[in-house]
Design a binder for this molecule. Structure first.
Ligand SMILES: [Zn+2]
Length: 422
């Protein structure tokens, strides 16, 4: 019986298209050199780029399917380093409690499709329940549904009573997140456990946060030795670590512990900026979503205390972003989509530009630098041989303004058109 099931599963899994695709457009941004290339011609087989050249100098492979994006400029598909696919910011808290656990897999599946349609071809899902993000990733890879490529974290790790624990229920409910553990050994074991069931990045909550109860963003919640144990264990297994850290002490402890990406980094101080630069830590700062939370949060049932925390970090975080970027810290695009509707994530490009980034810096934060932070430079983050043919076609000049990036005309994933608004 087991073998029969296995055979059935193998037949159902859609193979990657073996066809050759020939993509042309007016122009292309090479994010690796920072240059605009005229009349690009891209050859794709089995979803990956084989060669990138100029029209006229590259022969059209025999039998190739052609995708002509005349009048448009190509940029690499975007990578959002901080999303929660299985969240719905518009659902009232009480309504959410009436849904069965598996309901959220379908919410996540739908959101992966919405994000892909805006040009976000890869997401790092930094926290979900029930290994939902692994299930959605598997279904997308098998061709059952359309969505962004997913790097799943599964359960976020954290301290008892901390931001990543269940903080909204009375003691009689005995609600505790499966990612919660206390002490060096217990946290090491959690790294092994979530990795065993599909985590490709470890997410840890180093400080309090905005949307939990009875936690403050500035409050450190894991000791530096606990953070170091998590980082060492994950790195031994070849997995990177993302630390949710708003407060200055938690940010610095996480960087000193060797954690790869610092999420939010809202209250980062000068010492933290210096440390991030020295150690090569990446900052993933979600500087757009406060606009949504402040205008829609009350209506969506967000507690006043959580709105208060969001207000308190909003401007400080944006100024910290400006400072860190000016200091030359490695910055990646991370939006916390899920706190706001997923289709709004690309709006953050505008905020990043307003707080000091050039359009090329914004583009790199969402492509080549993000791929580096994921350790997936061979797969995503540039229109270059060997990488997946994940490409966004935009109108106008994306090196002159970020506006075109927020209104993708055509989205190509693995050499296949998945959204077309021409
Ligand atoms: Zn988050």
């Amino acid at each position: 019986m087991k073998h029969l099931l296995l055979a059935a599963a193998l037949i159902l899994a859609a193979p990657v298209s073996a066809e050759t695709v020939f993509i042309t457009a007016d122009r292309m941004v090479d994010v690796l050199t920072g240059r605009m290339v005229d009349a690009p011609a891209i050859v794709v087989t089995e979803g990956r780029i084989v060669s990138v050249g100029r029209q006229g100098s590259v022969a059209v492979p025999e039998g190739a399917k052609r995708i002509d994006l005349a009048g448009l400029t190509l940029v690499p598909g975007f990578i959002d380093m901080h999303v929660h696919l299985t969240s719905d910011p518009k659902m009232q808290p009480m309504d959410a409690l009436l849904k069965t656990d598996n309901y959220w897999v379908l919410v996540g599946a739908q959101n992966a499709g919405k994000m892909l349609a805006t040009g976000i071809t890869t997401v790092r899902n930094v926290g979900s329940s029930g290994f939902d993000d692994v299930a959605i990733k598997q279904a997308i890879e098998d061709g059952r549904l359309q969505g962004s490529r997913i790097v799943p974290a599964t359960y976020a790790l954290g301290a008892t009573g901390g931001h990543c624990d269940e903080t909204f229920f009375p003691p009689s409910f005995e609600a505790k997140s499966p990612g919660v553990a206390d002490g060096v050994d217990a946290l090491r074991a959690k790294v092994r456990e979530v990795r065993k069931y599909g985590a490709e990045v470890i997410k840890v909550c180093a400080t309090g946060g905005v949307f939990s109860r009875n936690t403050e963003p500035g409050q450190q919640q894991l000791r530096e030795e606990e953070l170091k144990a998590i980082a060492d264990e994950a790195h031994m297994w070849g997995v990177k670590v993302a630390a949710h850290a708003h407060g200055a002490s938690g940010i610095k402890a996480a960087i000193r512990a060797g954690i790869d990406t610092i999420e939010h980094a809202s209250l980062i101080d000068d010492e933290g900026i210096k440390l991030a630069k020295e150690r090569g830590a990446y900052l993933s700062m979600d500087i757009y979503n406060t606009d949504y939370t402040q205008s829609e949060g009350k209506k969506n049932g967000v507690l006043e205390d959580n709105l208060r925390k969001d207000r308190e970090v909003a401007d400080v975080q944006r100024e910290g972003f400006r400072k860190a970027n000016a200091a030359g810290v490695k910055m990646v695009f991370g939006t916390d989509a899920g706190v706001m509707p997923h289709e709004l994530a690309v709006n953050q490009f505008g905020t990043m530009a307003r707080y000091g980034m050039s359009p090329l810096q914004v583009l790199r934060a969402a492509t080549s630098t993000a791929a580096e932070a994921l350790g997936r430079e061979k797969d995503v983050g540039a229109i270059a041989p060997g990488r997946y043919a994940d490409i966004v076609a935009v109108a106008g000049d994306p090196l002159a303004s970020v506006e075109p990036l927020m209104a993708a005309k055509v989205v190509v994933k693995g050499g296949e058109v998945v959204a077309d608004r021409r």
